[in-house]
Every structure is written in C-alpha cells, then in structure tokens.
Ligand binder design. Structure first.
Ligand code: TXA
Ligand code: MG
Length: 319
C-alpha cells in the first residue's frame, strides 16, 4: 500500500470538497490525466463539455472506486464483463455496458450504454474512495485536452495549456507523469462477444485469454460515438508526418535505435514500446511549446501496445 505525503492527502481532501460542491478536479490516473466531475451532477458535467469544447453526444467514462459499484450504473452485465473487471480492474480497461434506469442521460451522452472504469493510480483510488465515503457514486472524467487535441500526461502541460480554462474553485492534483501515457482500452460488452472500440495497454490477446472467447467475430461496426470512430484526434498544432525521414527544422520522435539527422529537433528517443507510449503525448506537446511546425514520427512495429500507439499516431497525423 502506498503511503501518502501530506501534500497528497491535502490535495485529495480539497479534490473531494470540490467534487461535492459541483466543481471540477483534474486528477492523475495510470493512463492519462482526467478532468473529473461528480457523475451525478448535470451542471458539473456540462462544464466539462464546455471546457473541452466537446460535442454534447460524445459520452464520458465514469470512474468507480471498485467493481462493487458496477450495478449502480449498469444492468444485464454479461459474465465475460465480470471476468474482465475481475482480471483487469483496477486498471487501464473501460467497459461499455447497458445503462440501468438510474443512470442519467447526461452521464452517457444520451446513449443507452455507459462507460465504466476502475483506475489503478493510488491518488485516483484515494480520491474515489473519499468521494464514495461522502456519498459519491462515480467521477465522470474525460482526458485532459480540448476536443481533438493532444491529451495531457504531465502537470506542466496541464498548467501551460489547460489550467486557464478552469475556475479558481476547481482543483488540479499533481500525480507526476502518467505511467502508461495513452488512454485505456475500451471494450463494448453489450454483445455476445466483446468488441474492442479503442486499443490500449490491455491488448486483444489479453482479453481473449481472460474471457476465453474469440474476438474475431467482432468489428468496428458498432454504432456508438467512441473515439475509435473519429479519424482525426489527439492532434498537436504541428503537422504530424508518419514514417517520413525528418528534414532540417522538423521535430522527430522515434525509438532510440534511430539516429537523429543533423538539424532535426529530437523530441524523444524511447528505448522500449512502453517508454514510447509513456512519452508520446509529452513529445507532441513539446513540439507545440517549441513552435515546431512539422513533426516526423517513426511508428513502432508489432502488436499489443504498439498497435494502440499506431491507432493514436494515425489519428494525430490525419489531415
Ligand atoms: O484512460 C482513459 O480512458 C482516460 C482516463 C482519464 O480514464 N479517459 C479518457 O476519456 O480517455 P475520453 O473521454 O477522452 O475518452 C472516452 C472514450 C470516448 O471516445 C467515448 O466516446 C468513449 O470513451 N465512450 C464513453 N462512453 C461510451 C459509450 N456509452 N459507448 C461508446 N463509447 C463510449
Ligand atoms: Mg480523450
């Protein structure tokens, strides 16, 4: 169990106070930072949409302190979803389930399904636990970014790019750089077979092994508004070129085995796929901070996390 510093205890306490008053809390999760609101408070949630400039029908993920809260939000939960929750929560996996009668439309972008996740970050868990002690049932939290732009994974990026959109009553909790660095895997659990809507750290193979079901029959045919459905997303102001040799003045992000041509600004040289994901959004934010106009990125090869990274890169580079 993690021992909290006084600063962290104070930040969590202030965060819970803010949530209870209908204000917003930026908090760390293991994937990326979240912009949190009491999932039962329509005014607070409406501010999240306004601040992010997010389309009203694009639903949010409700973060829970444990799977014991699943039934507060969802109904007709298939056995395989319980298995996934059991195997991967707390962790970087979001389950899309049929919403129950008590779940309000404002928490689901008016869809009949709700997105639920138990995050695996000690500050997030503490925040959720203290909030549930005060009667909270969940924290609705999208990633910290304006709609379509790069997601924040550090407190510095949040202070420079995002904090001015918040009010004085909102709270930002510093949890250091996000461990994983890209958003959770999203699985639609409203069909006979699980369907991957957004790839992430939890891979298709891990899901198949967990539930003992093949995902082969599933496809992206599902008609919901998930980020996988957007061709363009996670975009910096700089243009992103994929797998193109960088020229003079370009920013460059690639595994460390690739050398930096002269006159090129290296934005990161991760040694592993994990480090690649961990630093990717920071590199894109750095490009904008340095007013770089074009960034060349060498996408990683292979399956699993590399596949999730390529999903983000394809959207970041889409014109
Ligand atoms: O790692 C993460 O998932 C982070 C951290 C903060 O938990 N959150 C995150 O939230 O990435 P956001 O809002 O940026 O992305 C949530 C995705 C959206 O693409 C949304 O469409 C999808 O979840 N989603 C939410 N509810 C859904 C639903 N009922 N059906 C389909 N997709 C849904
Ligand atoms: Mg997002």
């Amino acid at each position: 169990m993690k021992l909290f510093s006084k600063k962290e205890i104070d930040q969590v306490r202030l965060g819970v106070e803010a949530l209870c008053k209908g204000n917003l809390v930026v908090f760390p999760t293991e994937t990326v930072y979240g912009l949190g609101a009491d999932a039962l408070n329509p005014t607070a949630i409406s501010r999240v949409y306004q601040i992010k400039n997010r389309p009203k029908k694009h639903p949010l993920i409700v973060h829970l302190v444990s799977d014991q809260y699943l039934k507060e939000w969802a109904t007709h939960i298939p056995d395989y979803a319980f298995k996934l929750a059991d195997d991967f929560w707390p962790g970087p996996l979001t389950l899309i389930l049929e919403k129950n009668k008590a779940t309000k439309d404002f928490a689901t972008g008016s869809q009949n399904k709700v997105a639920l996740r138990v995050p695996n970050n000690p500050i997030a868990i503490d925040l959720l636990r203290e909030f549930s002690n005060r009667g909270g049932l969940g924290i609705a939290a999208p990633s910290v970014n304006r709609f379509g732009e790069v997601t924040a994974t550090t407190i510095e990026v949040i202070r420079n790019e995002f904090a001015q959109l918040l009010s004085n009553e909102d709270i930002i909790i510093d949890g250091g750089q996000s461990q994983i660095g890209i958003e959770s895997t999203i699985i639609d659990c409203t069909n006979e077979f699980p369907v991957v809507l957004r790839p992430g750290w939890v891979t298709t193979e891990m899901i198949q092994n967990s539930v003992g079901l093949s995902l082969d029959k599933s496809s992206f045919k599902i008609n919901t508004r998930h980020s996988g459905a957007f061709k363009s997303h996670y975009k910096p102001r700089a243009k992103v070129y994929l797998d193109v040799t960088p020229k003079q003045g370009y920013g460059f992000y690639a595994l460390s085995k690739f050398q930096t041509p002269s006159g090129v600004i290296r934005l990161g040289a991760p040694k592993s796929i994990e480090e690649y994901a961990h630093n990717l959004y920071l590199a894109l934010s750095d490009a904008d901070r340095l007013n770089i106009e074009i960034v060349s990125i060498f996408s990683p090869q292979g399956n699993g996390l590399a596949n999730a990274i390529r999903d983000r890169l394809n959207k970041a580079s889409n014109k």
